[in-house]
Ligand binder design. Structure first.
Ligand SMILES: O=C(O)[C@H]1O[C@H](OP(=O)(O)OP(=O)(O)OC[C@H]2O[C@@H](n3ccc(=O)[nH]c3=O)[C@H](O)[C@@H]2O)[C@H](O)[C@@H](O)[C@@H]1O
Length: 447
């Protein structure tokens, strides 16, 4: 059995063990023990204070660097598009200035994208106020997006460098400008890339869309929204031409599925919050300042560089076909949609009455096969393509698209006027002016 004292004062490191010699000795020991304990107590206090001040200093440094990062991201959004500050707000106000009677005030998302650039410019040219937002991601060469921005800047259009998933930026923009309309074109595009990077489709086409709608629903006044859906929602349908009333529940790619989801999500915001919604199903849009990931663009590059192109073919050697639609026709459809969009009816996040919910096909109504597309390019480039023909891989592609545009014609006055030959001639002219024959460094040209 251990002695009682040992139990009361266990011999642990740092603790004084009581001497059991005699009483005086014990007193002295107690005294020493007490004195040492109070010293220990003071030391302990000292260490606690030291630790506390170290931790709070760390916290200060961390929050300081968070603050610095925050400030940095709000002041260096990238060449000309820096975020935050008086100068930034001034550029936004100036870009948003309306210069015609009953002009619109439009926020264009994806403004440095292909369709975004063209729509933004068209609105500005007719005197509407317009501000762009774009995250300048590197899905395809960001230098093309920057060149588009430079071109827009020469027309005094300001593009904020930011992501539609960033609630703070959206809130700030709506604080500065009472947008009457949002032209929502920011998206992860491309049908086949969805197998490589599925999450980017969820990030932009689902999460980004919801973030934007949340902002719009709580804005006062609520803007009307026109946004880009896609012909790909018709998926595996084989009844042609595709009509808006056809069922769209058999998407062939994740891209198509996110666009279809977008149609359902916008419907919800229309139903609950009274947002005015117009969804536009674009059919394979092409033209100057286009997207390098698309077939007409990459074929042109490869033909000029003497590289082979891959031409996909459907089952039983059937050629694939697309209802290729020229950018100027699409722009007219977008602008007409903005002009005819009824008002949103909500305020303070509450619906006051039913608001319009519309969906339109914007196509060309004359599908052309991919080999025919290649022939037109060969003629314009005066060069022969090296073709590798192979069966379409099961990666989300659909064999054909063909738009019925009667609804858009009736309600928007939409009437496409550019056939594929004319449109590709314009594209090739732009391409050669921009890249040169060797696809060298781009020379910036005006539209
Ligand atoms: O209209 C639409 O909904 C969609 O149009 C295009 O998608 P897609 O029609 O597949 O356009 P491309 O990628 O340019 O392909 C056009 C045709 O060329 C074919 N192709 C593509 C690439 C290739 O290397 N070879 C080839 O034969 C495709 O199979 C397709 O039939 C866009 O990329 C989508 O963002 C858009 O939403």
């Amino acid at each position: 059995m251990p002695p009682l004292e040992d139990e009361l004062f266990p011999s642990t490191p740092g603790k004084i063990k009581i001497d059991r010699v005699h009483h005086n000795m014990m007193n002295r020991t107690f005294h020493r023990c007490f004195a040492s304990t109070s010293t220990m107590f003071l030391w302990a206090l000292f260490f606690i204070a030291l630790t506390a001040s170290y931790l709070s200093f760390q916290g200060f440094v961390a929050s300081g660097s968070r603050y610095l990062q925050h400030t940095a991201s709000w002041s260096h959004g990238g060449g000309g598009g820096g975020i935050g500050g008086i100068h930034w707000e001034k550029q936004i106000r100036s870009s948003a200035q309306i210069r015609r009677q009953n002009g619109l005030s439009v926020l264009v998302t994806g403004a440095a994208g292909f369709v975004g650039t063209h729509v933004t410019l068209a609105l500005k040219k007719r005197g509407d106020g317009v501000v762009g937002i774009d995250n300048f991601n590197d899905y395809y060469d960001p230098s093309l997006k920057k060149a588009r921005r430079k071109m827009l800047e020469s027309h005094r259009i300001f593009i904020v460098e930011g992501d539609i998933n960033d609630r703070r930026i959206l809130a700030k923009l709506f604080d500065i400008v009472a947008f009457t309309h949002v032209m929502h074109l920011a998206a992860q595009a491309g049908v086949r890339y969805a197998m490589e990077n599925p999450n980017s489709y969820i990030h932009s086409n689902i999460a980004g869309l919801v973030t934007l709608l949340e902002q719009c629903k709580s804005s006062d006044p609520q803007p009307a929204i026109v946004w880009a859906s896609s012909s790909s929602v018709y998926g595996l349908n084989d009844k042609v031409p595709f009509s808006e009333s056809d069922q769209t529940d058999r998407p062939a790619s994740l891209y198509a599925a996110t666009k279809k989801a977008g149609e359902e999500i916008t419907h919800t915001y229309n139903h609950i919050y009274g947002l005015s919604i117009t969804g536009l199903r674009f059919f394979t849009v092409y033209g100057p300042w286009g997207r390098p990931d698309m077939a007409y663009f990459s074929f042109t590059r490869n033909i000029l560089q003497g590289k082979p192109i891959t031409v996909y073919r459907g089952k039983n050697r059937v050629d694939l076909a697309r209802d290729f639609t020229y950018i100027d026709d699409i722009v007219k459809g977008c602008v007409a949609s903005l002009d005819t969009a009824g008002k949103s009816t909500g305020s303070g996040g509450k619906k006051k009455g039913p608001a319009p919910y519309r969906i339109y096909n914007l196509g060309n109504t004359s599908p052309v096969t991919v080999p025919a597309l290649v022939s037109i390019l060969e003629k314009n480039l005066k060069m022969k393509a090296k073709k590798n023909v192979m069966e379409m891989p099961g990666n989300g592609d659909v064999p054909f698209t063909h738009a019925n545009i009667s609804l858009a014609r009736r309600e928007l006055g939409y009437k496409p006027t550019t056939d594929l030959s004319t449109g590709l001639r314009k594209f090739v002219r732009w391409y050669l002016a921009y890249y040169g024959y060797n696809h060298g460094k781009g020379n910036l040209v005006n539209l």
